[in-house]
Write a protein that binds this ligand. Structure first.
Ligand code: CP
Length: 309
């Protein structure tokens, strides 16, 4: 198969296992490209991509922009904070104005779940979801699974625990869909208040005990507490959260096997993960960031092949 089954990437839920494997195979080639002295290919010289961000971002925004430049696409960047959205312009009007300037693809981060799907139904351009509220963050899940595959040889059969604020995390939901489609076993771990009640329906195990979860897993993906999305208190204090669910070197060294540590960023050092764990040789946090560029190049390249030229 050389083609994705979807015309847009709005969520991992819509992808088949074959789609994910095609993205990984394509990303393997692009990873080789970005490690060459000249890190660029001319593939998308005729394509223009708009990166429109209604929420803050460091990694995703820079990674998409670099991926687009490495593919020789033209790019425009839009930040809601400094735009006419502040004057009351709607999402559709904003995007249609950008598209009137002959843009072929839109990469969008938005605080509302479903925003990317909504956009993909309203505009002609290909749409990539760069995070829609608490819903999905598909390219993060793809780069996470790609990084596990790179480190452990495959994702099939591996045991992955996602620790932290599962309730507010788009990374958790996209990771669960992606890992399950690739044949991994998945567990979520955190305080009862931060684990959604429907989670069992997704076929994942649940633990409220960090040590038990770490003893079980091959890979631990540590998530930050999303205080900006919490309108009520879900646990007594950050100090108590860290005591029960924070990963430190003493816990890591006390395990009977060496596990892989991941984090999508941004890290709150000393809360969900200590600095010596984040910077340890078991951590693949910066590999995730590096792989993000190759994986996003693959997604953009494969979706661009569906644009009528
Ligand atoms: N992982 C991630 O989405 O990071 P940013 O919010 O910095 O893009």
């Amino acid at each position: 198969m050389n083609n994705l089954s979807v015309d847009h990437l709005t969520g991992i839920k819509d992808l088949t296992r074959a789609d994910i494997e095609l993205i990984f195979k394509t990303a393997d080639s692009f990873k080789e490209v970005i490690n060459r002295p000249i890190k660029k290919v001319p593939s998308l010289r005729d394509i223009t991509i708009a990166n429109i961000f209604f929420e803050n971002s460091t990694r995703t925004r820079l990674s998409f922009e670099l991926a687009e430049k490495r593919l020789s696409a033209d790019t425009v960047n839009f930040s809601a904070a400094s735009s006419s959205v502040k004057k009351g312009e709607t999402l559709i009007d904003t995007v249609n104005n950008i598209l009137a300037m002959k843009v072929d693809m839109v990469v969008m981060r938005h605080p509302n779940p479903g925003a990317a799907l909504f956009l993909s139904q309203k505009v002609k351009a290909r749409v990539i979801n760069a995070g829609d509220g608490t819903h999905e963050h598909p390219t993060q899940a793809l780069l996470d699974a790609f990084s596990i595959r790179e480190r452990l040889g495959s994702v099939e059969g591996k045991k992955v625990v996602i620790v932290g604020d599962i309730l507010h995390s788009r990374v958790a939901l996209s990771n669960i869909y992606c890992l399950k489609k690739l044949g991994a076993e998945v567990m979520v771990c955190g305080p009862t208040t931060l684990i959604p009640k429907y989670i069992g329906d997704l076929g994942v195990k649940v633990s409220h005990n960090l040590r038990e979860a770490l003893d079980w897993c091959d890979v631990a993906n540590m998530l930050r507490i999303q205080l900006e999305r919490q309108d009520i208190k879900y646990f007594p204090s950050l100090r108590e959260y860290t005591m029960l669910f924070g990963l430190n070197k003493e816990i890591l060294d006390g395990l009977s096997k060496e596990i892989i540590i991941m984090h999508p960023g941004p890290i709150n050092r000393g809360v969900e993960i200590s600095s010596d764990v984040a910077d340890s040789c078991q951590s693949i946090i910066l590999d995730q960031v590096e792989n993000g560029v190759a994986v996003r190049m693959a997604v953009i390249y494969l979706l661009a092949s569906k644009i009528e030229r």
